[in-house]
Design a protein around this ligand. Structure first.
Ligand SMILES: [Zn+2]
Length: 146
């Protein structure tokens, strides 16, 4: 098993970002933080959660509640402009391609190799959402910050 460095470095990045923001806005305590993780983001949510709970100690986020939402991956065809979700495409894949129930096997960079537009069949499409990690919002000193 490869060490989960990926999730740990992402967690460190999130905490750094929030800490910077706290310093800028003179915030001393973060109450809650909402994150969004895309289906195709190749992130293990449990590992990320564990990393965050370790790394937030001693920061303004130490007592915060962290919510992690899964964001659906959506594609948009460049040819016919049809938009669809990764879930729809998964139905078309073979069991081997599906790799069980784990969307973590899919890299945004390779997804075009085995998914085509359900409307016109073109492999030329964009992934418009659900491929990364983002901070949706956080609450601090009793106020919601974007
Ligand atoms: Zn199309």
């Amino acid at each position: 098993m490869v060490p989960k460095m990926h999730e740990w470095s992402l967690a460190a990045g999130i905490i750094q970002t929030v800490e910077d923001e706290c310093r800028r806005q003179s915030i001393t305590r973060v109450q809650s933080l909402e994150l969004s993780v895309g289906e195709l983001a190749q992130i293990e949510v449990d590992t990320l959660r564990e990393a965050l709970s370790h790394l937030k100690k001693g920061t303004a986020m130490s007592g915060s509640r962290i919510t992690i939402r899964k964001e659906r991956t959506r594609m948009s065809c460049r040819k016919c402009m049809h938009a669809w979700s990764f879930m729809e495409s998964r139905k078309q894949l073979s069991p081997l391609q599906k790799g069980g129930d784990n969307a973590v096997h899919y890299l945004p960079s390779t997804v075009n190799a085995f998914i085509t537009c359900p409307s016109c069949g073109s492999p030329d499409f964009d992934i418009v959402s659900g491929f990364g990690l983002s901070i949706m919002s956080f609450t601090a000193d009793g106020r919601k910050r974007a």
